[in-house]
Write a protein that binds this ligand. Structure first.
Ligand code: ATP
Length: 439
């Protein structure tokens, strides 16, 4: 058997649309650039990723969760540096007016769109924050921003959480939520969009202990991606050095995944010092210091190590990594299969009666399986077509109810990856699945 990986993003975009993972936003109106809608299978996959992240990050003694609002006091973004400094360098092609992020292209080469040579303008700063007005009065005082990161909702709540939850350093605050950036050049499907979801955690600690915490979190986070089923050889570290390192950070490293367009950032682990808490303390005039009972009641601003991963980028990596094309060109044997780790697969089990006449026992089995696992019931079309659909949506197990079932009270269970089939007594189906889908 021959097997190949995902070669181009177009194949994934097409599968996502064909099978109900991801649709272009407002498609019937011609779409809205860089905006995407998750379909029924996409939302299941996304929820599975978020649930895994939430459990792995907060089902531990030293991390708690919050859910802060998207709109925040405008001064938050002044303090954080986003109003003055959240800029990307933008250049335009003078011929076709296409805009580019200067740091993402080679401006000595011709324009990628129209091919014009030496046609770029000088770079100028472009602020990535979206803003809007809050309330009925349209003036500068009503201006609010759509948060460009979830982290600031955590920093401004640091003392609220620490005191109410009686937390001692080190401890973390985790959050999942939408963020918005008016990206100059969005693209590569859901890799870079203007509305996206982040899963972030800020770990507050005693100054001087950040290096050890950074190393520990790096290991934990890399392992989380591997446990999502991503092949380790498709992951690598990209440490920030020199001018890459943000002015407020004393160390930073990205986890990169090898997307079809090359290795690119999926998650950032940053040692952010006390920059954010210090800025908020100064701009709000409120003390944000921690009282360290374990160290002579000293008061100080904690340092922070953060882990920040885009949910959509992570989902893109999970899909890209799961994609396989088997026996390409062989009319009989070619198939596309999404080899999702079963714990992330949107649908775990499909129940497929061979004929309409077998609906009764099939429906009975389906309602039993559905109590335990997210399942699908499918009666339409040939069994071959139905298998092909389940392979393409990555369903680990298909259960076929056939005429023999009426005689032997058993069904055939097909494994997605090996395509091997086993005859299992109806009474044993749930045990069989429980055994195979243990996670
Ligand atoms: P980039 O260099 O790709 O613009 P960044 O370094 O600015 O990203 P961070 O601010 O560290 O990104 O954001 C943390 C994570 O949020 C990123 O690793 C990524 O997974 C996700 N993310 C950031 N911007 C976007 C976007 N426009 N679309 C989708 N995900 C994003």
């Amino acid at each position: 058997m021959s097997e190949s990986n995902l070669k181009s993003m177009a194949d994934l975009v097409s599968l996502s649309k064909r099978r109900g993972f991801i649709f272009q936003s407002s498609e019937i109106y011609g779409g809205l650039q860089s905006c995407w809608d998750y379909g029924p299978l996409g939302v299941e996959l996304k929820n599975n990723i978020k649930e895994r992240w939430w459990k792995s990050m907060t089902y531990r003694d030293d991390v708690v969760g919050i859910d802060a609002s998207i709109f925040m006091h405008p001064t938050v973004w002044k303090a954080s540096g986003h109003v003055d400094g959240f800029n990307d360098p933008m250049i335009d092609c003078k011929q076709c007016k296409e805009r580019y992020r200067e740091d993402k292209i080679d401006a000595t080469k011709p324009c990628q769109k129209c091919g014009a040579k030496d046609s770029f303008t000088e770079a100028r700063d472009f602020n990535l924050m979206f803003n809007t007005q809050m309330g009925p009065v349209e003036d500068e005082s009503a201006k609010v921003y759509l948060r460009p990161e979830t982290a600031q909702g955590i920093f401004v709540n640091f003392l609220n959480v620490q005191t109410t939850m009686r937390k001692k350093l080190p401890f973390g605050i985790a959050q999942i939520g939408k963020a918005f950036r008016n990206e100059i050049s969005p693209g590569n499907f859901i890799f870079r969009t203007r509305e996206f979801e982040q899963m972030e955690m800020q770990y507050f600690l005693k100054p001087g202990t950040q290096q050890d915490a950074m190393e520990a979190w790096k290991e934990t986070r890399l392992q989380w991606h591997i446990d999502n089923g991503i092949r380790p050889e498709k992951l690598r570290w990209h440490p920030h050095v020199g001018s890459e390192l943000a002015h407020y950070a004393d160390a930073a490293s990205d986890i990169e995944y090898e997307f079809p367009h090359g290795f690119d950032e999926m998650e950032g682990i940053h040692s952010r010092t006390d920059f954010d808490l210090r800025q908020h303390q100064e701009f709000s005039g409120k003390k944000l210091e921690y009282l360290d009972a374990a160290d002579n009641n000293k008061k100080y601003l904690p340092f922070v190590v953060e882990t920040s991963v885009g949910c959509d980028r992570c989902l893109l990596a999970v899909m890209a990594d799961a994609y396989r094309l088997e026996n390409e060109g062989d009319k009989e044997k070619e198939r596309t299969v999404m080899k999702f780790d079963p714990k992330l697969a949107p649908i775990k089990v499909a129940v497929l009666p061979l004929m309409k006449k077998l609906e009764e026992p099939a429906r009975k089995l389906y309602s039993e399986v559905q109590k335990h696992y997210r399942s699908e019931y499918d009666l339409a079309g040939s069994i071959g077509k139905r298998y092909r659909r389940q392979d393409e949506i990555g369903t680990p197990f298909c259960i076929t109810v056939d005429f023999d079932t009426l005689e032997d009270n058993a069904v055939t269970i097909r494994d997605r990856d090996s395509m091997e089939q086993e005859r299992i007594p109806l009474d044993n189906v749930i045990n069989y699945l429980n055994d195979k889908l243990k996670f």
